[in-house]
Design a protein around this ligand. Sequence first.
Ligand SMILES: Nc1ncnc2c1ncn2[C@@H]1O[C@H](COP(=O)(O)OP(=O)(O)O)[C@@H](O)[C@H]1O
Ligand SMILES: [Mg+2]
Length: 210
Amino acid sequence: MLEAINVKVKYKGKGDTVEALRGVSFNINKPLFVAINGPSGSGKTTLLKAIAGKVPYEGSIKVMGLEVKDNRREVSNLVFYLPVGEVLINDLTVDESIKLASMDNHSMHIESLLEWLGLSKLGNRKIIELSTGERRRVELAIALIRGRRIILIDEPTVGLDEDNARKVSELLKAVSRQGRLIVAATHDSILVEYSDLVYGMRNGLLYPYL
Ligand SMILES: Nc1ncnc2c1ncn2[C@@H]1O[C@H](COP(=O)(O)OP(=O)(O)O)[C@@H](O)[C@H]1O
Ligand SMILES: [Mg+2]
């Protein structure tokens, strides 16, 4: 489903170059719930962006056998990337945000999804009136509704209390059981606890997690 071979990403600044990924390889051939666990600055976000085709990379990244950099359109139909923040529109209500996301996909049981995420009663609330954690849960709902074969989520549990972090982790696991590959970048030990497969990330390199 998702294969990376010797992936390198460099950010070129004025004079100095940051090597954010220094040769990352992995191969995931089943729909699992995968956690990329590493400290801030280790390259997690860059790895998700490279898979989503949002930063140029050297090496190879294949999604369902397609090289990402040569097949952007097809890849965007297979992969959904949820960044931290910058997803929601402040002036919309929760209901409107969910409606907008579900346009092209009615297959998910949206009501029960919202219920599980504790969003059912917030339908009429504007995004701008939500707490950080509530906003994150709306973003997660959108990611799951928009659904693709592969869902990349940067810091799924950022801003959530332990209870909600566990609910979200359980939900992501359940979604992977329905045949979708979830790759989450995180340093949250709760989420790691629920995942099927964990990679450690340090200094632009990926390690098997021991
Ligand atoms: N747009 C950018 N320009 C220059 N350097 C960047 C950029 N984005 C990230 N970096 C650097 O790349 C490294 C990896 O960052 P990132 O992938 O965001 O790590 P993480 O998500 O694990 O915190 C860090 O050293 C960071 O400062
Ligand atoms: Mg990050």
